[in-house]
Design a protein around this ligand. Structure first.
Ligand code: NAD
Ligand code: DAU
Length: 339
């Protein structure tokens, strides 16, 4: 079994590669990644010498490079994690989101059609459903919830999802899609809420909370997401969408206070800043379908997962300090300088 994992040098993709190599030791895992600002080859160092692993630096939009890889590897499965993934960046510069997230998906699926594939799996997001009101805790996203996007990021992910379903219906491509809620865990790029707050806390820097911090996200430990995708690519029904989430809704401000508390830092570090444009209020996944059909349930409780995550950032300072010392400084100044 050969699996091409795109975007495997990023947060979830790298965790997925570690999971697959340990759970399926006979599989061959080929990572295709462009190594954008969010991709980090050092993350994959522990598996780089494995005879079951290969890394290829390439852009999913590069048809020639993608075709060459398919010719060389004859993959059985493609799992597409490669994407521009940060909502704030999509508000600043939507173009690259449309290119990578939509056109890149097309290039991958065209190669799947041309060379044949057992399964194409698209890693999507709950953000394609838009948001839910705070005063309706009875509402959840199901797979039937209409697509209703808010940001250029979520619109690009929704565009890709529609294209994936179109390739299934029109060409019979054997596809599946997963739509997961917010992940957290090791190797999470420090531009996202949880790792940014941990890094800033550890450096005694202000903690920039957007708006009033009342927005709600449904947090899932990254390993649980990886296990869900593993189940879907093996046992999921072709042509189907599966929501993934753990019924773990939390307000941003409560997460930030918890991180302060765990790290013994004062809440006075919290700074309320100008809200994100078009900021989604609440995400909440109904994971009934994947539980009923595939027996998936989240295994890591938030109280344990956040402690493991904080411990990882404490013990792996070099990983995120290297990121913070580079181009990230310009990004941070641009995003937070006058906020
Ligand atoms: P990330 O930003 O940490 O990693 C993205 C990876 O894709 C990087 O390694 C980057 O180098 C690579 N990449 C970007 N453009 C590429 C291109 N054109 N060609 C090849 N590689 C390219 O992202 P993440 O948080 O790990 O998210 C992975 C996927 O999961 C994305 O599709 C995202 O939409 C989805 N998702 C993320 C979350 C979350 O909470 N992080 C939740 C649900 C779904
Ligand atoms: O729901 C899944 C999505 O989760 C994924 O599809 C995206 O790729 C991923 O980035 C994430 O999107 P969010 O926008 O929810 O994540 P982010 O970490 O950027 O923000 C989480 C919440 O925290 C959101 O309400 C905005 C807020 N926030 C974020 C940052 C970076 C702050 O208050 N301050 C900040 O500095």
């Amino acid at each position: 079994m050969t699996i091409i994992v795109t975007g495997g040098a990023g947060f979830i993709g790298s965790n997925f590669i570690f999971h697959m190599l340990s759970k399926h030791p006979t599989y061959r895992i080929v990572c295709l990644d462009k190594l954008t600002y969010a991709g980090n080859l050092s993350t994959l160092a522990p598996v780089m010498d494995s005879p079951h692993f290969r890394f290829v630096k390439a852009d999913i939009c590069d048809r020639e490079a993608v075709d060459r890889l398919f010719e060389e590897e004859h993959p059985d499965i493609v799992v597409n994690f490669a994407a521009e993934s940060h909502v704030d960046r999509s508000i600043e510069d939507p173009g690259i989101f449309l290119r990578t997230n939509i056109l890149g998906t097309q290039v991958l699926m065209d190669a799947c059609r041309q060379y044949g594939i057992g399964r194409y799996h698209q890693v999507s997001t709950d953000e394609v459903y838009g948001d839910l009101p705070l005063d309706r805790p009875d509402l959840f996203f199901t797979e039937e919830t209409p697509i209703h996007t808010s940001s250029p990021y979520s619109a690009s992910k929704a565009g890709a999802d529609l294209l994936v379903l179109a390739y299934h219906r029109t060409y019979g491509l054997p596809v599946t899609i997963s739509r997961c809620s917010n992940n957290y865990g090791p190797y999470h790029f420090p531009e996202k809420l949880i790792p940014l707050m941990i890094a800033n806390c550890l450096n005694n820097k202000p903690l920039p909370v957007y708006g009033k911090g009342e927005n709600v996200r449904d947090w899932l430990y990254v390993e649980d997401h990886c296990k869900a995708i593993d189940l879907i690519i093996h046992n999921g029904r072709v042509g189907e969408v599966y929501n993934i989430g753990g019924h773990n809704e939390m307000r941003n401000i409560d997460i930030v206070k918890l991180i302060c508390h765990e790290l013994g830092k004062p809440e006075s570090l919290i700074t309320y800043v100008t809200d994100r444009k078009g900021h989604d209020m609440r995400y909440a996944i109904d994971p009934t379908k994947i539980h009923r059909e595939l027996g998936w349930l989240p295994e890591t409780k938030f109280a344990d997962g956040i402690q493991k995550t904080i411990a990882w950032y404490r013990n792996n300072r070099e990983w995120w300090e290297t990121i913070l010392s580079g181009e990230y400084q310009n990004y941070y100044e641009k995003m937070y300088g006058n906020r």
